[in-house]
Design a protein around this ligand. Structure first.
Ligand SMILES: *Cc1c(COP(=O)(O)O)cnc(C)c1O
Length: 219
């Protein structure tokens, strides 16, 4: 089932768009099946779960690991060891800790700034007006590399209802990119999940994060 799902999705994705298979709540075996069907990036939301899966299948060649959950500062030290990208930077404090811990192990960590496009106080992510100041401020850190934006959007049942959030994210992404801030490489726009990835791609996403459509419903 996972194999068919991955094949169907990959056949449908335009060139230049990367698919992150979000495996929260799923086993290393399930993740491995996705990888063997053509997935090259695993997305993880919880560090403990990620560490375990990484021990089991992390040796797999050319497999990349993206952190897509909410990262607590006290978990950064372990996170920087296994992840190839952290998609969810939403504060200067978190970015500084990632910079510090990455420096300790001689790594430059690509990070995305999480944009709170739904403007929900309860959700993580940076409000629109705070993005440019944050990116400018963090551009000086030498052990992280700001590589784009990530957004989730306020929850909706109808995929089409995500479009305005994705449009906004694209706008701010292009605005920051056009500023050509030294040390900032606005390359990736990560948006769209199982229900909304097609719309996200239409609106300019080049990373989509898909869980349910690959692995089935989570318990
Ligand atoms: C769980 C999760 C996804 C995948 O969601 P699905 O609807 O299962 O595809 C994508 N992005 C983030 C940040 C997630 O937490």
């Amino acid at each position: 089932m996972i194999k068919d799902n991955v094949s169907r999705i990959l056949a449908d994705i335009p060139e230049g768009v990367q698919v992150v298979a979000v495996t929260k709540g799923k086993s290393a075996e399930e993740a491995l099946e996705a990888v063997e069907s053509g997935i090259s990036i695993i997305g993880e939301n919880y560090l403990q779960e990620a560490l375990k899966k990484h021990r089991e299948i992390g040796k797999k060649e050319n497999l990349k690991w993206h952190f897509t959950g909410h990262l607590q500062k006290n978990k950064v030290k372990k996170a920087v060891r296994i992840f190839d990208m952290i998609q969810t930077v939403d504060s200067a404090g978190l970015a500084e800790e990632i910079d510090r811990q990455s420096g300790q192990i001689g790594k430059v960590m690509p990070v995305l700034i999480e944009y709170n496009s739904g403007r929900e106080e309860s959700k993580s992510g940076v409000m629109q007006e705070a993005i440019i100041p944050l990116v400018t401020n963090l551009s000086k850190l030498s052990n992280i590399r700001i590589s784009g934006l990530m957004t989730i959007g306020a929850f909706h049942d109808e995929p089409e209802e995500y479009r305005p959030f994705f449009k906004e994210a694209r706008n701010i992404f292009e605005t920051v990119r056009s500023m050509k801030i030294p040390g900032v490489d606005m390359k990736y726009l990560s948006m769209g999940m199982s229900g909304s990835y097609k719309i996200a791609i239409e609106e300019g996403a080049n990373i989509v994060r898909i869980g349910t459509l690959i692995f089935g419903e989570r318990k």
